[in-house]
Design a protein around this ligand. Structure first.
Ligand SMILES: C[S@@+](CC[C@H](N)C(=O)[O-])C[C@H]1O[C@@H](n2cnc3c(N)ncnc32)[C@H](O)[C@@H]1O
Length: 269
């Protein structure tokens, strides 16, 4: 067994690629296996900018978490939290708010195995990773571990970062988001990012094929379809835009229009 695999558990199937491990590979991490690298390389061959998508996505995540924390919110529910790494939710939230209470949910056993092997010291805050599936939001909301960390009477930042494109149209993605947002009080936030085919439908269709043999299929959505996740919420400035154009910390990078992922933030009224 290689060093990288020592801490995995029997539920981790290293033969089938998973989005969490492919994403880790795009970001230059070590928590991936041959099947992940093979699938990820297919995507990279077709869309060499994918590593930049992943970095822009992580950067958006940090800006969104800081933006939510700046509004006085210290609780975060991140579904599809992925493997930890620089700029991940737990580190970003604790940096913005040392008293942050964070629940990460993921359906990939590797994320849970990782969390068990390397628990986070959240100091005066609290951080926990639980197993759950975005396609069953009621189970997430009823989970005693989720309820144990988050106070649903107080505003919560709900994060769906690069995960809704793994929910197909027939799995009711809009109903899922409504269920989550109905469970949190006014003053809560929804931040999400989503891959789009708006700029090159054909190329995205080829990349989607590389995910077909992974544990989750890829469904791209347009700007309008992405904005529809915010129906009933206040969609905050600058609306649904490509990731590098969302409240940039500095000058917008020159390749901003090649990063085919939208990001947006909304507030519950
Ligand atoms: C591309 S990664 C993004 C990770 C993290 N949100 C970020 O942006 O850095 C997508 C994550 O969503 C998780 N995921 C995919 N489908 C899911 C589902 N139905 N329920 C929960 N998690 C899911 C994957 O396991 C993976 O960790």
């Amino acid at each position: 067994m290689s060093d990288e695999a020592k801490w995995t558990t029997p539920e981790v199937d290293t033969e089938v690629a998973t989005p969490a491990r492919m994403y880790d590979y795009y970001l230059g991490g070590k928590d991936n296996f041959a099947a992940d690298r093979e699938a990820a390389e297919k995507v990279l061959k077709n869309m060499p900018k994918v590593r930049a998508f992943a970095r822009a996505n992580r950067a958006f995540l940090g800006r969104a978490v800081r933006g939510i924390a700046a509004e006085g919110v210290s609780q975060f529910l991140d579904v599809g939290i992925g493997l930890p790494g620089p700029g991940g939710t737990v580190a970003s939230a604790l940096a913005a708010r040392p008293d942050a209470r964070i629940v990460g949910v993921d359906n990939d056993p590797i994320v849970l195995a990782h969390a068990r092997a390397r628990p986070v010291d959240a100091g005066i805050g609290a951080a926990t990773i639980v197993k759950g599936d975005l396609r069953d939001p009621a189970a997430i909301l009823a989970d005693p571990q989720v309820r144990g960390v988050l106070d649903f009477e107080q505003p919560i930042g709900v994060l769906l970062i690069a995960v809704l494109h793994f929910v197909s149209d027939d799995e009711d993605p809009y109903g899922i988001v409504s269920t989550l947002m109905d469970a949190v009080p006014a003053g809560s936030f929804l931040a999400l990012t989503h891959v789009t085919g708006d700029f090159d439908q054909e190329r995205l269709a080829v990349s989607a094929k590389a995910y077909e043999k992974s544990t989750a299929k890829l469904t791209v959505r347009s700007a309008k379809e992405t904005a529809a996740f915010f129906d009933g919420l206040d969609l905050l400035d600058p609306g649904v835009v490509l990731l590098p154009r969302w409240r940039p910390d500095g000058p917008v990078p020159r390749d901003a229009d090649d990063i085919w992922m939208y990001g947006a933030l909304g507030r519950k009224k």
